[in-house]
Design a protein around this ligand. Structure first.
Ligand code: CS2
Ligand code: MG
Length: 410
């Protein structure tokens, strides 16, 4: 029996912080798992280092399901982002190992490919219409066949999801919401101003780019169910692929009201971490797309179960893939997306060159489609020398306040 011999937590910051778990077996096979929780990275690192690593060593490295249950049920304290990101990292690393031992890419272990590649969407944004058009054109030139559109709001300053010029430091137009510093920066919000402005932006974009291009938008939990229903209705003429996080979904029943008001396809779940968070949304068909990341939802094992459950209700995947999902987490999403029947779309914000020097990937992006590649396992290798050259430094997502100073959802 091959056992888990070494469990290492690797922290690096090639432009943003990433936490990676590396498991080595008694046969010398290594597996990687992504454990990055944006703005709370060290909490997961400690959970893994102090409480998971010591109880994993000596266990059978091929027992993926049993190890999942051991960590989930065995801890007594279930669910939550820190616990579920930790379990996810272990789960991914064990799938990586199983693939390497079998000489097969993980998607083959999950049942094999059911499509040629995965439709990806990128992040276009801008302060004014001309910049939004330029950003969409740049994405189309890069090969994207689906685009998310975020806009500034007249009268408000920096708004989440809108790339400030040169914000990434690399001249690229991808948006990185976490900002280095000891405290979060503060942004301003006005939901009525946003709801008045947004439909005019989509009207302009449809006018310029025609009816075919799939367009997406993220509302980032900022509306009440009534407001979300009204915005969804106002956007219906522009035929969006989805409206994401239209309202906070801790109260899942709120989505019933949104559904009463609009036929707008809805995507929710990037901050969810177990199937229980989706129970009402799935069984009542209150959403159309599951937004979870493999990294934040207990790994491939658990997200596959969520997707099988969702498939009974015609709900598809739209896995979270911003820059704070490491290349390991992104690769895991691609293997899963290629193998499940109810794949919908995959978010794909490209990582910086510095990040890709730490994580050597074998996934590809061609003609708008992502593919995980055929390297055994997940297909990502970690470069220790590059990784240790970038030290952790605190970075936080911004906080959001209404014009009068009241804290608001973001
Ligand atoms: C966003 C993310 O990608 C998305 O849809 O909501 O930018 C999200 O805010 C961050 O990943 C949070 O860590
Ligand atoms: Mg989002």
């Amino acid at each position: 029996m091959s056992t888990i011999e070494d469990v290492e937590v690797l922290i690096t910051n090639p432009g943003r912080n990433f936490v990676t778990l590396r498991i080595t077996t008694s046969d010398g096979v290594t597996g990687l798992g992504d454990a990055t929780l944006n703005g709370r990275e060290l909490a997961v690192a400690s959970y893994l280092r102090d409480h998971v690593a010591p109880i994993l060593t000596g266990r059978d490295s091929s027992s993926i399901e049993d190890t999942w249950q051991y960590l989930y049920r065995g801890a007594y304290w279930r669910r939550g982002p820190v616990t579920m990101a930790s379990i996810a990292a272990v789960d991914m690393a064990l799938w990586d190992i199983k693939g390497k031992v079998a000489g097969l890419p993980v998607y083959q272990l999950l049942g094999g490919a059911v499509r040629r590649g995965l439709l990806a969407y990128g992040h276009a944004s801008g302060a004014e219409t001309p910049q939004i058009f330029d950003s969409i054109r740049a994405h189309l030139e890069e090969g994207y066949r689906a685009v998310r559109v975020q806009t500034a709001v007249p009268g408000l300053g920096q708004v989440y999801g809108v790339a400030a010029a040169g914000a990434s430091g690399s001249g690229r137009y991808d948006y990185e919401p976490a900002r280095p510093g000891a405290r979060p920066t503060e942004e301003q919000w006005d939901t009525r101003a946003y709801m008045r402005h947004l439909p005019s932006v989509f009207e302009a974009v449809r006018g310029e780019f025609g009816p075919d291009l799939p367009l997406l938008h993220d509302g980032h939990h900022r509306m009440t169910p009534n407001q979300a229903g009204r915005l969804g209705r106002d956007l219906e003429p522009y035929d969006l692929f989805w409206l994401e996080d239209c309202t906070p979904a801790e109260n899942q029943q709120g989505l019933r009201r949104v559904r009463e008001l609009t036929t707008q396809p809805l995507a929710i779940g990037e901050i969810f971490n177990t199937v229980w968070d989706y129970q009402t949304l799935i069984t009542e068909q209150l959403i159309d797309y599951v937004r979870s990341a493999v990294t934040h939802t207990g790994g491939i094992t658990h997200l596959k179960k969520i997707m099988d459950f969702a498939s009974l209700y015609q709900i598809k995947s739209g896995f979270h893939g911003p820059t704070d999902i490491s290349p390991v987490g992104q690769a895991a999403a691609l293997h899963l997306g290629l193998a499940i029947h109810n794949f919908g779309i995959q978010e794909y914000m490209r990582h910086t060159d510095d990040t890709l020097e730490v994580f050597h990937t074998s996934y590809s992006f061609e003609d708008g489609l992502l593919h995980p590649g055929d390297t055994p396992g997940l297909g990502v290798e970690y470069d220790d020398a590059a990784g240790t050259s970038h030290e952790y430094s605190p970075a936080y997502l911004p906080v959001n306040r209404l014009v009068d100073g009241t804290m608001h959802d973001w």
